[in-house]
Design a protein around this ligand. Structure first.
Ligand SMILES: *Cc1c(COP(=O)(O)O)cnc(C)c1O
Length: 396
């Protein structure tokens, strides 16, 4: 980081952290679309490979465009070291694979992204790694009681997808510390702009950069950040198994981080107004948003998040046929399973993202037939509210 930047604010750093300017004096950050880097001579090659001097060797290991993206996210997450991956799931998996081994046990909150659930229940058990799931709102005693002799890690997501359930980050920090466990958090829904898990003692934080970090639905990407110590095995794992992020995607994502704070502010302001406007609408059973007074964990949300986020869910009465009529009538939102876009998106999790989840788990996670998940975008909020109201009325 440039010397003068160190004492500046996070928003300034997110805009001004940049790869060192080349001899061409370009203004926009350069894109290093190259698979490898050259050595002056054999001696320099040897020194680079022996870690005697810093420098780039090969883009599976490191790349300046990718490093710029990593530097910005580590700065925002208040963590030391990161590794950027081709997708969010590659980063989630790297955290598990680098730290868990046969015979280890993992404790996780049950309200997780679908593919994280598949890794924990289908892939890790093949290598002799067992797990215990807990509900997001379990007490400190219940979390403590789930820890076994061979427990190595706690993994959670808050707020969760799609139920927007929260886990108390401070409380889990105490549990992890008490039992000397690796504390691993998926901070994708909140983004580092509205939630900083490292302040509660997390060892590893993971993101799907595909969502709000890109913010415009263009590229896939992921990142895992941690302390020097917790990231060392993760970097070793990633360098040799090859989930590296493309420099092109890193260049897009790093540019996007310049506007992340501004975008999140508007996403949250719009989502709050949307949630308030939908409450009490005929045909809408329940509106779920962390910063609504009616959210069962509203107090916790206000403690660990500075804003409510962009995701709002609500329960539409009238069964699947009404949902079909309702989504046909909506004119603004895109009907797609992605989220975190400047354009509002909407899905029915029961029949799409979570259709393969067992019924008893759906019940626990609040995934009802009528649940609609909305990722509120940056459109004019009055236009959005009016569009939803006409579609709700018209689909009766
Ligand atoms: C989308 C998502 C992921 C997976 O990220 P990809 O980039 O799609 O691999 C992980 N966690 C959460 C909370 C997500 O929303």
């Amino acid at each position: 980081m440039a010397k003068g930047l160190i004492r500046m604010k996070e928003t300034t750093k997110a805009i001004r952290i940049q790869t060192e300017r080349t001899q061409h004096k370009e203004h926009a950050t350069p894109l290093f679309l190259t698979s490898s880097f050259t050595f002056e001579d054999a001696a320099e090659g040897q020194a680079l490979f022996n870690n005697e001097i810093p420098g780039n060797i090969y883009s599976r290991y490191s790349n300046p465009s990718v490093q710029e993206f990593i530097d910005k996210v580590c700065m925002m997450e208040e963590l030391e070291v990161g590794f950027a991956t081709s997708s969010g799931m590659a980063a989630v998996f790297a955290g598990f694979a680098a730290h868990l081994q046969s015979g280890d046990h993992l404790v996780a909150s049950q309200a997780l992204f679908g593919s994280a659930h598949q890794i924990i229940t289908q892939i890790l058990p093949k290598w002799g790694i067992s797990y215990t799931y807990l509900d997001s709102d379990c007490s400190e005693e219940e979390w403590n009681a789930a820890i076994q002799e061979n427990t190595k890690m706690i993994y959670l997501e808050t707020p969760s997808n799609p139920g927007l359930a929260l886990v108390d980050l401070e409380m889990i920090g105490k549990v992890a510390k008490k039992h000397n466990l690796i504390y691993y958090v998926d901070n994708c829904f909140a983004t580092p702009v509205i939630q900083k898990p490292a302040r509660f003692g997390t060892d590893l934080i993971v993101h799907s950069a595909t969502k709000f970090m890109d913010g415009q639905g263009r590229v896939l990407g992921g990142i895992i950040c941690g302390t020097q110590e917790t990231m060392e095995p993760v970097i070793f794992f990633c360098r040799h198994t090859g989930p590296a992020m493309s420099p092109f995607n890193a260049w897009i994502l790093s540019k996007s981080l310049e506007t992340l704070h501004l975008r999140m502010e508007r996403h949250c302001e719009n989502a709050q107004k949307f949630a308030e406007a939908l409450q009490g609408t005929e045909g809408v059973k329940q509106v779920n948003y962390p910063f609504l007074d009616s959210h069962p964990q509203n107090e916790l949300a206000k403690k660990q998040m500075t804003n409510g986020g962009a995701l709002v869910t609500f329960d539409l009465e009238g069964g699947f046929e009404r949902i079909v009529r309702f989504t046909k009538l909506l004119t603004i939102p895109s009907k797609t399973s992605n989220l975190g876009d400047s354009r509002t998106t909407i899905t029915n999790p029961n029949t799409t993202t979570h259709s393969k989840v067992a019924q008893d788990i759906k019940d626990k996670l609040g995934i009802t037939e009528g649940l609609m998940r909305v990722s509120i975008g940056l459109e004019d909020i009055d236009d959005l509210i009016a569009d939803f109201k006409q579609a709700i009325d018209g689909s009766k």
